[in-house]
Design a protein around this ligand. Structure first.
Ligand SMILES: NC(=O)c1ccc[n+]([C@@H]2O[C@H](COP(=O)([O-])OP(=O)(O)OC[C@H]3O[C@@H](n4cnc5c(N)ncnc54)[C@H](OP(=O)(O)O)[C@@H]3O)[C@@H](O)[C@H]2O)c1
Length: 269
């Protein structure tokens, strides 16, 4: 069993690398990487991330793929296969949220969220797993939201509960093969996430208390990578998030529900 992941000459696939945490993963992995495969839908944004990487970064490949579709996922896998690329790190980071009640949620947005946050993460992992060598790693981006039932962010929180549970089980399954699995559960982080999660009609969720937990993307990513390097199955970046996650775990569920019930209907338009 490997103790931790080594980033020396890493060959990483990073999904959702066109902005936010994904772009930051690319920036922090670039020094010393042998290969970075940057995946997202927006070609120009991916190119911009690539251009911003430090000079001397080894091979960088931008793959434009909509991971919300089977065709997009297969396209990415075919691209890796046809170029003979053998990644040793998969960062399942692409994801999106939806602010507001389930009853009025745009159905296409819910479908896309399930496809990207759950299906793509699971099926890309499944497709690459047989080819991963001993010492490889999988880093799944979950959320602090995975620890709570979250009204007006319900489907998103549930997808992230899936990500955390899946990651922890996979970590146990793959330990005998020497493959590291880690999941990072960030709290609110300034990226494009909120903009995407807000609905077209302006519907928002109750975001009271987020300021206490917010840390910059660079810190989230640094702690996530350090966690994988140390072989930690689950990482809660930032002190506020660590304390909150512990509190939510220890709090009786009935008390937690009482606290969450008060937040319903407090989001703005
Ligand atoms: N920011 C937060 O507060 C926060 C907190 C906890 C967890 N997270 C998680 O962190 C991860 C990264 O999000 P972020 O905060 O960095 O937000 P972001 O800036 O909106 O980045 C999301 C990334 O996912 C990509 N993506 C979305 N849908 C896609 C699709 N159908 N196919 C391929 N790529 C897709 C986007 O690229 P394109 O639009 O170019 O496709 C973008 O690169 C997500 O899993 C999110 O749930 C974020």
């Amino acid at each position: 069993m490997a103790n931790g992941f080594s980033f020396h000459k890493v060959r990483a696939v990073i999904t959702g690398a066109s902005s936010g945490l994904g772009a930051e993963f690319a920036r922090q992995l670039a020094p010393g990487a042998e290969l970075l495969v940057l995946v997202a839908r927006r070609a120009e944004a991916l190119e911009e991330v690539r251009r911003g990487l430090p000079a001397g970064t080894a091979q960088v490949l931008c793959v434009v793929a909509d991971l919300g579709t089977e065709a997009g996922r297969q396209g990415l896998l075919a691209e890796l296969e046809s170029r003979g690329l053998r990644p040793n790190l998969l960062i399942n980071n692409a994801g999106l949220g939806d602010y507001g009640p389930v009853a009025t949620a745009p159905v296409e947005k819910l479908q896309l969220m399930l496809e990207v946050n759950v299906t793509a993460l699971t099926l890309l992992t499944r497709a690459l797993l047989p080819k991963l060598e001993r010492g490889s790693g999988i880093l799944n981006v979950s959320s602090l939201a995975s620890t709570l039932p979250m009204p007006e962010l319900a489907v998103y929180a549930a997808t992230k509960a899936y990500v955390t549970s899946f990651s922890e089980a996979l970590e146990l399954e793959l330990a005998p093969r020497g493959i590291l699995v880690s999941c990072v559960c960030p709290g609110p982080t300034p990226t494009n996430f909120s903009q995407t999660a807000r609905r077209a009609d302006g519907t928002d969720t109750n975001r009271d208390g987020q300021a206490l937990l917010r840390i910059p993307p660079a810190q989230v990513v640094a702690e996530a990578l350090a966690g994988l390097a140390a072989g930690r199955p689950c990482v809660y970046p930032g002190l506020g998030v660590k304390v909150a996650a512990r509190l939510f775990r220890l709090m009786p569920r009935a008390l937690l529900r009482r606290f969450l019930r008060r937040r319903v209907g407090q989001g703005s338009m």
